[in-house]
Design a binder for this molecule. Sequence first.
Ligand SMILES: NC(=O)c1ccc[n+]([C@@H]2O[C@H](COP(=O)([O-])OP(=O)(O)OC[C@H]3O[C@@H](n4cnc5c(N)ncnc54)[C@H](OP(=O)(O)O)[C@@H]3O)[C@@H](O)[C@H]2O)c1
Length: 253
Amino acid sequence: MSGIDLSGRVALVTGASSGFGERFARVLAAHGAKVVLAARRLDRLEALADELGRDKALPVAMDATDAEALVAAVEAGEQAFGTIDILVNNAGIPDAQRAHKMSLELTDRVLGVNLRAPWVLSCEVARRLIAAKKPGRIVNISSTAHYRYDGGGAALYAVTKTAIARMTEALSVEWAYANINVNAIAPGMFVTEMTDGMFERIGDPRPGLARQRVPEPEGLDTSLLYLVDPASECVTGAVIKVDDGQSARMALK
Ligand SMILES: NC(=O)c1ccc[n+]([C@@H]2O[C@H](COP(=O)([O-])OP(=O)(O)OC[C@H]3O[C@@H](n4cnc5c(N)ncnc54)[C@H](OP(=O)(O)O)[C@@H]3O)[C@@H](O)[C@H]2O)c1
């Protein structure tokens, strides 16, 4: 994977201020892409852009619940670097509450960040790629919660992650003719700020995991690179599970 050359490509990564998103931005930039860094915590994005180089990275303050801010982020990226041809829909929030105890405000926020924003951004990026007659890659971040909900108090999170997987399949069909590939990665439990909070609540999960470890975000590098590599052009509508063997498997009949 180290030979993948993304020079001339322009990526937009949501949630680039921490966790997977920060790692994805670093990996794409290291392989030559220009990267638009989008999230709410602008100070973190500024620091990352300074590190990556301002000629390669553009920090954009964006609240994913604000549709106008989503479109503005795409426009800012295009003005700075040209048509965005890699979109990583990564920003996401958990809803660690029982479904029937969730406020409407929290319900809308989870749906807004985890589902509406990736939809709006995908459509905005695709519209511009189709107009420019350019191919593109969209990578959505689902979760193993797409396959299994264990009743731990994150039902709506699981719903959005399944919806993202279905959105991946549907939009891959929608835009196949335009050479826009839409795929997803479904990670298991990895070390990020999201799981930091979870570990504080539920304790150390490692003893219960097959490999007795919680992997770092670097564990997704090759999956991301595979999905944006020009050589994987026939791969679209796929959901790649990357869970370090954490999830139970159903036996095939
Ligand atoms: N870590 C895991 O074990 C795991 C497993 C499966 C799937 N995932 C998925 O991986 C993705 C990344 O999560 P992570 O684990 O890297 O957690 P994280 O470190 O908490 O990152 C979440 C990112 O989302 C951004 N975000 C949250 N609300 C936002 C909003 N309203 N507008 C814009 N950006 C917003 C945050 O940026 P700001 O706060 O700066 O806005 C942050 O950069 C999520 O979709 C998550 O569901 C994680």
